[in-house]
Design a protein around this ligand. Sequence first.
Ligand code: SAM
Length: 457
Amino acid sequence: MALPPEFVKSLVTILPGNEITALTDAIENTRPVTSVRFNPYKIHERPTGRQVPWNRYGFLLDERPSFTLDPAYHAGVYYVQEASSMFVEHIYRSAVGEKEGIRLLDLCAAPGGKSTLYSTVVGLGGLVVANEVIRPRAMTLADNIQRWGLGNVVVTNNDPSHFAGFRNWFDVVAVDAPCSGEGMFRKDPKAIEEWGPESAAMCAARQRLILSDIWDTLKPGGILIYSTCTYNTQENEDNISWLCRQYECESIDMEVPSEWVIVTGTVANGSSGDIKTFRFYPHMLEGEGFFAAVVRKGGNSERSLAPKPRRTIFTNIPKNAGKEVARLVKQPEYMRFAEVAGNVYAYYETTFPDVKTVAESMSTVTSGIMMGQLFSGKLKPAHPLALFHDINTEAIPQASLTLDCALDYLRKQNIDASYFSDGMNLVLFGNFPLGWAKRIGNRVNNLYPKELRIMNL
Ligand code: SAM
C-alpha cells in the first residue's frame, strides 16, 4: 500500500532527504522482523537466537512461525512483541533499577505487551496496575495477563481521570499513548488507512489530556515513561516539552550504546536538565517505528496514603479451606488467599494491601491469580491457576499431551482418555501447563475456556 503523500511530506521536519527515502522504502518494501519476549518465570534456560539488544528476554526470529499452533505460546512461555517497544525495559532498569516493592501504573495497557514486560521487571514483590479504558480491550488484556501468570497485576478498566484519588501513590507511571500509529505502517496496513493529516493534532491533544489527568498519581521523585508508536513530533517531543512547561520534570541519565542505532535527542527543560528522547526507525534497526521519553517528577517525598476504598470485595476464605488452596501453590508462605464473588484468589502477601486498595476503588477486571471455587472444602480449579508460574504441579494428577493432542485440547475437542487419571487433571505440553480437564470413566471433559479456544487451523 502506498504511503499518504502528506505523511511523507511531514518527515521533512525529522529526517534528511536520503533518510526519508530509506525509511519509506523500508516501510513499503521490507517485512517487519518478528520478535518474542520470553517469560523468565516459566522457562529457566535462555532460548538460543539473536537477542534484542535492549531487552534481556527479547529475541529476534528469522521467520514468523504460526504462534497459534505452538502450545507454549498458549502457556504464556513467551509474548509476541515488536522489538522497539521492548526498549521500555531498558528505560525501567536505568531509571528504577532493582528496587523492591515498586507500584507501577501502566495506564494504556491493552493488549498487554508492556504490562507483561513490566510485571516481569518489577518482580514478584512489585505490583502492576494494568489499565485499559476500552472494555473489550480490557478483557483481552486480562487474558494476556493471566496467560503470563505472574500474579502481581491488577487489571482495571477506567478512564485516566478515575485515578485522581491515587495522589502521589505510584512510583512509576507508564503512558503508552494512543497515537496516530505511523510507526506501525509497515506492520499493519490498516494503520495507513486510518491515518489522516489531522490525526496527529487530535492525538496530541488527547495525549496531553491523559498526561494531565495522571500526573498527580505519580509521587514526587517518581518516574514517567511516555511512549508512542508514531514519528510525529507533535505527539512526541512537543508533548514532552509541553509536560515540562506544565510540571516540574527532571532529566534522567541513561546509557544507550551507539551500536543500537537508536536516535537519541533532547527536549529543553530549563535549568533542571534536558529530557532525553529515543526514536526508533525501521530502516536503521530491527524493529518498528517507536518513540520514548522518560522524566522524573520533581521533588522528593514518600508515597501518599491510599484513597479510602469505596466498597469491600475481599473476604477471608473459610478456615478449613486454607490447606486445600495452599497445597496448590509451591510457596504458600508468600501468599495470601482471599475470596472475591465466590472465587478464591491468590495474592502476594506483601502487596495484598495495595491490590485491595486498587480493586476496591476502581473498576477492576481481575487481580492476582483466580484459583477457583470451593465446594465442600474442595477447590474446583479455575483456568488462570493452571497458568500461574508457581502452581504446585506435584499436587495434581498431570496429563502430558503430544503436540497433536495438545492442539486438540486447545481447540476444545475430544481427547483420548488414556492420557488422563480419574478426576481432575492438569493438562501439560512438555513442562508447560495449559489448562484443566476432568476424566469421568472413559470420557474426558475438556475444560479449556471456550472463549480462548483456537479455531480450526
Ligand atoms: N501498551 C499496550 C501494549 O504494549 O500492548 C498498547 C497500548 S495502545 C498503543 C494504546 C491504548 O490506549 C489502546 O489500548 C487504547 O484503547 C487506549 N486508549 C484509547 N484512548 C484512550 C484514552 N483516552 N485514555 C487512555 N487510554 C486510551
